[in-house]
Ligand binder design. Structure first.
Ligand SMILES: *[C@@H]1O[C@H](CO)[C@@H](O)[C@H](O)[C@H]1NC(C)=O
Ligand SMILES: *[C@@H]1O[C@H](CO)[C@@H](O)[C@H](O)[C@H]1NC(C)=O
Ligand SMILES: *[C@@H]1O[C@H](CO)[C@@H](O)[C@H](O)[C@H]1NC(C)=O
Ligand SMILES: *[C@@H]1O[C@H](CO)[C@@H](O)[C@H](O)[C@H]1NC(C)=O
Ligand SMILES: *[C@@H]1O[C@H](CO)[C@@H](O)[C@H](O)[C@H]1NC(C)=O
Ligand SMILES: *[C@@H]1O[C@H](CO)[C@@H](O)[C@H](O)[C@H]1NC(C)=O
Length: 940
């Protein structure tokens, strides 16, 4: 490795035209090294020559590495060195890699301020006792910092300064057991390159900040301190493999969608104040290790899939996994769930027999039947659970003087023995179900129930509201246009999410990927960057980046820190085992971008298939040179910018991009089955099997998940704007990924709409967008509704060859779906409709209608679509069948730096279009002429 580095150095020196004769070490660096040694009690362990004056050599001093005549590395791990560091240590201004770990260094840490070359700083396992407040200033290249196990600022503790924000490439931050205080710094949640955050055994307090939602962390350790609050945000951190939260005061429930963490292997929640039932999605996770001990988990113990699971010291109702609780116990626990598990009741409602164990507020008769629920004035807040209707012996319910909100569940009317229901002085809202006249319902002091609080049964009077089955409905968005009909509301059934939560049984082979890019040398403007997955099973090394310019290329690997100069225009494996490929290679593997290799046309160019030497298939999207217009550049950059932020199993991954002369090339993972449009509209022409209903449902769910993810990213919400079957790509097992992010926009805060120039594809455009250019996430929901209609009918959104009334699919579909017969006649004839398909077809039709409601506010959000589809997909196949669904490669792409490099190489600032760092809320302007191909006048 050393030799290798030296060869590289000599080549670099040659290239710079420097003399090959090594210069004598910079005198400043020399004096700091001498101070370093002198300050130590046992400096002789370094084996540095007495009176030596040239640490850089050759030969260089032991443990010292140089670049030219400057010290770039000091590696003294575990030598047993004792003593302080010189306080002017940061004068070693070219220091890149510092390994001081596992010694007995002590005293005050010197400031590292201004060490702008420093990438790796291992200071862990020493006795440093003070950290200066300017320690983290200007560490712009820092990737790894370890300060674990140092007694820093022990009396007062210390706070992580905001300066660390400037270390935009930080990947590993490990500060275990070093007296870190305060709250978990919010800015860490914003650092998109951060993968490993270990802050265990410190003095942190407070919660996990909301902006950690969607963070790409792989490892998060916060165990062993005074943190509190809910752990809801963690369920959105989909890259997590290890999550340690034990030994804190976290409270609330385990998020029901914890199963979204498909890469998670190690989850430790031991010793917190967590409550509630264990969510199904948790029991189905294929964890290696799960620790639930010492919390307040209730209900049954599920049969966990996890390999090594413990759950001691929790108030479960039974002791054997898989055994069910008594039905009245379940009913009461669900009641608690609605009220967010008040601690007084959690402490009392133990065991599996409310009557024998005398649960607080639960009264029984001599036969052990529950007669009374008596919890007035108990500070209960939340909503009433329909589960109570299952306790059919219940006769008296006293819940007055609490803060209960929401309606009374309609099926409480089926409680046969009920004679008194006192909900006075709460916050109950209509509709009121119709109780039989034998029930006395007391509702005074509920301000939402109008002015007419009734003491007696409201049966027959105006309070009785329609049952929950009838719902409101928007008119079809097209009726007033197409049929000029009256405003009369039609009955419109909004599909209720059927399952309480979707059980995600996704066994993803997690492939975390480390990217590491050699810091660009000022003299080498990179012009081409290609990332290549070498060996998917080798997660440490799976993706390589090559930074290259005209004649010289070098590659780095994170593990070895070595580099090698290699020849141009070849694809080959260099010393560190990385495959290096160049634009020339992309040319070769696509047969010089020949038309036989063409896969399709995307946002700004043609997509070609390529096969690398090792058999990896890639998709290569090349901007057509004739269209290197502002618009195309804009889309190119936009796509990189978006893909560098998003990463999801249902979004196509970007593997790299190239910029050389006029070439603009994006390299993606290859999706063997191509676009959905091919399988849906052109299957005959390509002699394909038509898609089965089951596949269509899965595709719809995948797309909904991908778009939901785009909409709900932590700091920025993205709007795709061009969702359509040709942008939905299929893998060999017909799972879908959304592609083509060239038109993606950042959504502004909240639901505010932005007015923008029109882009997208007519036929899929939401009316408010087509007419006024307003976009919100609901614009995508509309397009998704159109895609659902296409999946149902096999008809394209817009087809001028069809009879006039059905040319525009959306308005036609709204008309046919109003009757079961016309709907069934409209279903794609290539579908084999069976009894069990029928129900899901009508649910999807309703969903399609709901998504294409004219008013954006009446459209559901994507999460609703996911819920509806997930419940259907679940019903559709046995659970075992689902486990292999989500295999796939997931690439981590902290590309921000690359985009910056590209901009620099390009010599122009395109940041007005898509500023990578602070783009929230700023909608980039598109160049004039952008909307040329779309006539917004048609959009009505
Ligand atoms: C640690 O303590 C020293 C002196 O007690 C103080 O100057 C310094 O600001 C503290 N460090 C941090 C990061 O707060
Ligand atoms: C970053 O942290 C991970 C997980 O602890 C570790 O495997 C990896 O080696 C670290 N990287 C470096 C460069 O220290
Ligand atoms: C994190 O990012 C969001 C949006 O990008 C920003 O509003 C917020 O101020 C940032 N927080 C910190 C602590 O930098
Ligand atoms: C968390 O702890 C802090 C004190 O460290 C306290 O102010 C706050 O109310 C607690 N929050 C919750 C949700 O318990
Ligand atoms: C389960 O994990 C714990 C660590 O939490 C370990 O001590 C124990 O040996 C593991 N048991 C098995 C069977 O792997
Ligand atoms: C009441 O509704 C809940 C949920 O909708 C259901 O689980 C329960 O079985 C119903 N009970 C009765 C008696 O209808």
């Amino acid at each position: 490795m050393e030799a290798n580095t030296q060869i590289t150095i000599s080549i670099i020196l040659l290239l710079f035209g420097f003399s090959l004769v090594y210069s004598v070490t910079d005198p400043n660096d020399l004096s700091i090294l001498n101070d370093f040694k002198k300050g130590l009690e046992n400096g002789e362990l370094l084996n540095w020559p007495e009176n030596g004056d040239d640490p850089c050599g050759p030969p260089s001093w032991p443990h010292v590495f140089c670049t030219g005549n400057r010290v770039s590395q000091i590696q003294v791990r575990g030598l047993g060195l004792k003593g302080p560091l010189p306080q002017n240590f940061n004068k070693l201004s070219m220091l890149q890699n510092l390994g001081l770990q596992q010694n007995h260094f002590n005293g005050k840490l010197p400031s590292f301020s201004g060490l702008s070359e420093l990438k790796y700083a291992y200071l862990d396992y020493n006795n440093f006792d003070t950290i200066p407040s300017d320690f983290f200033k200007g560490l712009v290249n820092l990737e790894v910092l370890a300060l674990d196990n140092n007694p820093l600022n022990a009396t007062t503790g210390w706070f992580l300064p905001n300066d660390l924000k400037g270390s935009a490439q930080l990947k590993n931050l490990t500060l275990v057991s070093c007296n870190l205080g305060g709250s978990l710094p919010e800015f860490l949640g914003n650092m998109s390159s951060l993968e490993v955050l270990k802050l265990s055994l410190n003095r942190l307090s407070g919660g996990i900040p909301e902006n950690f939602r969607g963070s790409l962390l792989r490892i998060l350790w916060l165990n062993g301190q005074g943190m509190n609050g809910s752990i809801d945000v963690v369920s959105s951190m989909e890259s997590l493999t290890s999550l340690w939260l034990h030994g804190n005061h976290f409270s609330g429930k385990i998020p029901y969608n914890i199963g979204d963490l498909v890469s998670l292997k190690d989850l430790n929640l031991n010793s917190n104040d967590l409550v509630g039932l264990i969510p199904n999605s948790l029991s189905n996770m294929g964890l290696d290790h799960l620790d639930l001990n010492n919390n307040h988990f209730m209900g049954p113990i599920p049969k966990f899939k996890a390999v090594n699971v413990t759950y001691e010291s929790n108030p479960f109702c039974v002791s054997k996994p898989g055994d069910l609780c008594a039905s009245n116990v379940m009913a009461l626990l669900e009641f608690l769930d609605g009220l967010s598990y008040p601690s007084r009741l959690v402490g009392s409602w133990l065991g599996n027999n409310p009557c024998q164990e005398s649960w607080l507020g639960v009264g029984c008769d001599v036969n052990g039947k529950i007669i009374t629920l008596n919890l007035p004035n108990s500070k209960l807040s939340g909503t009433l659970s329909p589960s109570i209707a299952d306790i059919d012996s219940l006769t008296y319910i006293y819940l007055q003087s609490n803060n209960i909100s929401g309606p009374i569940p309609s099926n409480w009317t089926s409680l046969k023995s009920l004679t008194l229901l006192d909900l006075s002085k709460n916050d109950i809202s209509p509709p009121l179900p119709r109780f039989s006249s034998s029930v006395k319902v007391v509702l005074e002091g509920n301000s939402l129930l109008n002015s007419n609080p009734s003491k007696d049964s409201p049966s027959g009077d105006d309070h009785s509201a329609p049952s929950q089955e009838s719902r409101f409905s928007p008119t079809s968005p097209y009726e007033s246009i197409v049929e000029k009909s009256s405003n009369k509301s039609k009955l419109f059934v909004i599909i209720a999410p059927i399952a309480t939560f979707a059980i995600l049984v996704c066994l993803v082979v997690p492939l975390s990927v480390y990217l590491c890019k050699k810091r660009k040398d000022e003299h080498f403007a990179p012009s081409s960057i290609v990332i290549h997955p070498r060996d998917p099973s080798d997660s440490e090394n799976a993706v390589k980046i090559v930074v290259a310019n005209g004649t010289n290329r070098s590659a780095t690997s994170m593990n070895t820190f070595d580099s090698a100069s290699v020849n141009s225009s070849e694809s080959h494996v260099n010393e560190s085992g990385n495959l290096v490929i160049s634009v020339q290679v992309l040319r070769n593997v696509t047969n010089n971008f020949s038309s036989e290799n063409e896969l399709g046309r995307g946002g700004f160019g043609v997509v070609y298939k390529g096969e690398l030497d090792d058999g990896t298939n890639i998709a290569v999207k090349r901007m057509e040179s004739s269209v290197v217009s502002n618009k195309a550049l804009d889309e190119f950059q936009s796509e990189i910018a978006v893909l560098s932020k998003v990463r999801h199993r249902h979004l196509v991954s970007l593997l790299g991009y190239s910029v050389e002369g006029n070439e603009r090339i994006l390299v993606y993972e290859y999706m063997p089955q191509g676009a959905l449009s091919k399988h849906l509209f052109h299957w005959k022409k390509f002699q394909l099997e038509p898609l089965s209903w089951k596949r269509r449902l899965n595709i719809a769910l995948d797309v909904a998940r991908g778009i939901e993810y785009l909409h709900n990213l932590a700091h920025q919400s993205f709007i795709h704007r061009d969702l359509k079957p040709s942008n939905i790509l299929l893998s060999d097992d017909f799972r879908a990924k959304v592609s083509d992010f060239g038109l993606v926009k950042l959504a502004p805060d909240g639901e505010k709409s932005v007015v923008t120039r029109l882009a997208g594809t007519f036929g899929y455009l939401a009316p408010e967008y087509a007419v006024m250019g307003k976009i919100t996430t609901k614009t995508d929901v509309f397009s998704f509704g159109v895609v659902l209609m296409e999946l149902l009918t096999g008809m394209m959104a817009l087809d001028e060859d069809r009879p006039e009334e059905s040319q525009y699919l959306v308005s036609w579909f709204w008309r046919v779906k109003s009757s079961k017969d016309t709907l069934m006649a409209a279903i794609d004839p290539s579908l084999d409709i069976k009894q069990e398909t029928n129900e899901s077809i009508s649910i999807i039709s309703e969903l399609a209608g709901h998504c294409t409601a004219r008013e954006p506010s009446q459209r559901p959000d994507m999460g609703h679509a996911v819920n509806v589809l997930a419940s259907l997909v679940e019903k559709w196949k046995p659970l075992d069948d689902v486990t292999e669904e989500y295999s796939g490669i997931d690439y981590s792409l902290p590309l921000n730096q690359m985009v910056k490099d590209w901009q620099e190489a390009e010599g122009k600032d395109l940041s007005c279009n898509m500023d990578l760092e602070d783009s929230k809320g700023s909608i980039p302007a598109r160049p004039a002429g952008f909307a040329e191909s779309f006539d917004s006048g048609d959009g009505r």
